[in-house]
Design a binder for this molecule. Structure first.
Ligand code: AMP
Ligand code: ZN
Length: 622
């Protein structure tokens, strides 16, 4: 180690928590002192939830790492935190958890991480660049500038001589130069001690068990990886790609510093499912069930609770639109309704549980083509279900098959008669997503003349309430914020085009709404505008009238409709100059010269404002 960096290498200084014995033994004593209730230094006070997540055998590696990263960031006010596993068999360090980097691995003699992994001592550098071991390669790759760096070995009590991992934090947010204090180092050591044993187990599962049991598939991936790594080391001694098993732990955007998410995030209309990793969503499935009270009230067994979301996600195919993301989006949107609309409190716990499970599974094993396509082709599914709600019957059947399987029987904790209600609810809710029932559903909503009327109808016929909920959730993508809505639009268009191409190939004429080109934005704008006018508005308008907490959905829908209209006129989502004739189309009645600087967003805001005024007036007149 160079002399210039020596003074910054605080674990070597006399005040260091590590002192002469190295980084570990003294803090370990401190921890024991804390446990014994002696004068403590703990600022880091692990919550019961945090400890539960660490110690539960059901906590996936990804969730485990996220939880630690969130906690480290919170306690230290760090800008970045990465977690590494040390693989001492292969002399490698694996970056398995990071806020903004894909997993990678590197030889363990590289960089500050390598130094910490091999020497087993903590390093606290005010400016990482001053240290000779600092490897600027990651900085170059990510474009993220490192200033202060605090890097700490993680050890298990089983062997305090050996580092099994490294926690590395970068750039303290509250310090202009980004450096971490001695107190930060102490806090991080405490945290590292608390996680030590669970870290050992998680690392073991991920590295040693997987590579040690010679599972042939995993081994093949690893072998490939070794080869790649060998080559990449020859070309440049940098990073290589880890095997699939670790790649699936891809970086997770954090919605908050704390993970798991709070109930408000999970129930929020602004939860952008498409911005999340699939694995992360899968892990949120039990959280929503927990917040909805299903785990306690319906006795969902722990093992099935974990296995079930995995099976459902695997059940979805990788279509552009009808995939696990859509399944989860509908599930989340049902939870949004359950938590914001009072009328749903009439449902029994079993009904609420059935509704959520139905939402999650409502398009499971969707082949990416429509009912008409399957019927036209006399597909096996169409034959099985006699052309009636072909896909929906199939989704319901797959969902119920999962419930019958002992490993994924989430309803097995219910009493026998409740299990019957549960199954019936699931089937009816999934069948209600068939667009063939759309019109009758809208008409029944329009037929409810007041909120009280709707509540009474729901009380009399709870299945109607649940069917509305899941159907509205299924058609909610365009009632979300524009940035999210347009991503879903792109996906459904892609799926339509794939079906149309198949049909053309077989000599059939695709349905009119599938005849467009992806790059024809005018046509796509028109299709969406019409879809909003003729399909979505007739549902969302009466529904929001009866349940005003859904007003934000209707506002989004109206705004998005205008933005699609802009797209239809201009062939893009930008409008550089507004022709007077277009002004009339977009903002009828707007006096010339009074329109403000027009952008798609200002136009949408004006339309939304007008709409709100109209609604207020119509409420007043009632
Ligand atoms: P589901 O197949 O259960 O998801 O039912 C919803 C149906 O609504 C889809 O099959 C599509 O046909 C239709 N749909 C949903 N979003 C759009 C959209 N943005 N544009 C056109 N059709 C849509
Ligand atoms: Zn759907």
């Amino acid at each position: 180690m160079g002399s210039g960096a020596g003074s910054l290498h605080r674990s070597d200084t006399k005040d260091s928590v590590g002192k002469d014995e190295g980084a570990w033994p003294r803090p370990f004593r401190d921890w024991l002192a804390w446990v014994k209730g002696e004068k403590g230094i703990m600022e880091f006070k692990p919550t019961v939830d945090f400890l539960k997540i660490l110690s539960s055998p059901n906590t996936s590696l990804q969730y485990y790492l996220q939880t630690i990263i969130a906690e480290v960031i919170r306690v230290l006010n760090a800008d970045r935190c990465s977690i590494f596993f040390v693989d001492d068999m292969r002399k490698e360090v694996w970056c398995v958890g990071s806020l903004d980097m894909e997993p990678f691995c590197q030889p363990w003699d590289k960089g500050i991480v390598g130094m910490v992994a091999t020497e087993g001592k903590m390093v606290n550098l005010a400016d990482a660049h001053d240290h000779p071991a600092f490897d600027g390669e990651i900085e170059k790759k990510t474009g993220y500038t490192v200033k202060g760096i605090l890097s700490l070995p993680v050890k298990s009590v089983l062997n305090l001589d050996k580092a099994i991992g490294v926690i590395q934090v970068l750039n303290k947010r509250s310090s202009p130069k980004g450096e971490f204090s001695e107190q930060d180092a102490v806090e991080l050591q405490k945290l590292a001690m608390v996680i030590g044993d669970s870290f050992y187990r998680q690392r073991y599962k991920a590295l040693e068990e997987v590579t040690g049991h010679f599972d042939s598939e995993v081994q093949a991936v690893l072998d490939q990886h070794r080869e790649r790594m060998y080559l990449s080391r020859q070309q440049s001694p940098a990073m290589s790609t880890p095997p699939e098993i670790l790649r699936s732990l891809s970086r997770q955007p954090f919605l908050r510093e704390h993970s798991p998410l709070q109930v408000e995030d999970l129930a929020s209309l602004n939860f952008d499912v498409l911005d999340q990793a699939e694995m992360f969503l899968q892990e949120l499935v039990p959280d929503i069930l927990r917040h909805a009270g299903c785990i306690d009230n319906c006795g969902i067994p722990e093992k099935q609770l974990m296995a079930y979301p995995e099976a459902v996600f695997r059940g979805y195919r990788k279509n552009p639109f009808h995939n696990a993301y859509h399944g989860f989006a509908v599930y989340q949107m049902c939870f949004h309704q359950l938590s914001t609309i009072d009328t749903f409190s009439q449902l029994t716990a079993t009904q609420g549980f059935g509704l959520l499970v139905a939402a999650l599974c409502h398009d499971i094993d969707h082949p990416g083509v429509t009912n008409s396509y399957l019927i036209r082709l006399q597909d096996d599914l169409a034959l099985r279900y006699n052309d009636n709600s072909v896909l929906e019957n199939h989704h319901a059947s797959v969902a119920c098959t999962l419930l019958r399987d002992e490993r994924t029987a989430v309803g097995s904790g219910l009493a026998k008669e409740e299990q019957v209600v549960f199954r019936k609810t699931i089937i009816k809710c999934i069948l209600a997503t068939d667009m063939a029932h759309h019109q009758s559903c809208c008409q029944r909503l329009i037929g409810c003349h007041s909120a009280q009327d709707f509540k009474a109808t729901a009380e009399e016929d709870p299945q109607f309430l649940m069917s509305v909920c899941v159907h509205a959730a299924d058609l909610s993508a365009q009632a979300l914020d524009w940035e999210v809505a347009k991503k879903w639009e792109e996906r459904i268009c892609q799926e339509f085009l794939e079906q149309a191409a198949k049909e053309v190939e077989m000599g059939f004429t695709p349905e009119p709404f599938m005849q467009f080109k992806m790059e024809d934005m005018k046509q796509r704008g028109k299709l969406q505008r019409d879809f909003v006018d003729f399909v979505l508005r007739p549902l969302w308008e009466p529904y929001a009238q009866l349940e005003p907490s859904l007003d934000p959905c209707l506002s989004n829908l109206i705004k998005n409709r205008t933005l699609y209209e802009v797209r239809r006129i201009y062939g893009s989502d930008q409008m550089d100059s507004m022709a007077e004739s277009d002004l009339d189309l977009l903002l009828p009645g707007m006096p010339r010269g009074e329109a403000p600087q027009l952008t798609p967003r200002t136009v949408a805001a004006i339309v939304e404002g007008r709409h709100a005024e109209e609604r207020a007036k119509s409420k007043e007149s009632k």
